[in-house]
Write a protein that binds this ligand. Structure first.
Ligand SMILES: [Zn+2]
Length: 234
């Protein structure tokens, strides 16, 4: 009596032993009452432990940092220390990197780690919004990284198409778009727009923006139509 049932993880049936912050704490400037959102997580699905958070943060900062902007100050605060402390982290970042003629360094991005990070972020948003777990059996999930340059000639046009389609979609459904801004300190760290006119059991589009300039679109596409009990197909 009075004992609260243990909550289950936002990604699996295991008992939650921790809470996953989303977006991760490391993405925010120090200080201030951030009141970050959290979801219950088992230790396996606590993304902070996998190193994906830091990896993604570094890549976003490399892409978005300019002058004195927020991404640049986050880079100085969180990333440089982590790079100094961890040889494994430096090695992961330098994998496939090359020097350009201009003297700049081009980093290759580990897309599997990005996908893993965004799968987790979308699952957390899903869990918080609908109160149920995101099921890869029901939705196919994929992420379009609108801010990355690519050597793949096929990627560039599809990125432009995606950018346009998402802008059109947000425009058309502007009264149904849920807009969320995480703690704002001078500049917005993270915001998203969710388009889900049919709710949890249909296709959902999530447009993420980090530091006002790094953009990712996640497409949660329904794999099969929901089965409605008693309804005959025609
Ligand atoms: Zn789990």
């Amino acid at each position: 009596m009075g004992k609260k049932a243990p909550s289950t993880c936002f990604r699996c049936e295991a008992e939650a032993t921790t809470r996953e912050h989303f977006p991760p704490k490391a993405f925010f400037p120090k200080g201030g009452n951030l009141q970050l959102k959290t979801v219950p997580a088992c230790s396996k699905h606590n993304n902070g432990k996998s190193g994906d958070d830091m990896y993604v943060l570094v890549q976003i900062c490399l892409n978005a940092a300019a002058g004195d902007n927020l991404a640049a100050s986050i880079f100085k605060r969180s990333v440089i220390g982590a790079l100094k402390r961890s040889p494994a982290f430096r090695a992961a970042l330098n994998e496939g990197a090359e020097w350009l003629e201009s003297g700049a360094r081009r980093y290759q991005v580990d897309m599997a780690r990005f996908d893993s990070f965004f799968d987790s972020l979308c699952s957390a948003l899903f869990f918080e919004r609908y109160g149920i777990r995101f099921e890869p059996d029901i939705h196919h999930i994929n992420h379009l990284y609108l801010s990355f340059e690519s050597k793949d000639p096929e990627y560039q046009p599809s990125r432009e198409v995606a950018r346009r389609e998402v802008a059109d979609l947000l425009q058309t459904l502007s009264d149904r778009v849920e807009h969320f801004e995480a703690a704002k300190i001078d500049e917005v760290v993270y915001q998203n727009k969710i388009v889900d006119p049919m709710g949890a059991r249909a296709s959902i589009t999530i447009a993420h923006s980090f530091y006002g300039c790094f953009e990712v679109v996640s497409l949660l596409t329904i794999k099969r139509p929901p089965f409605i009990f008693g309804q005959q197909p025609h």
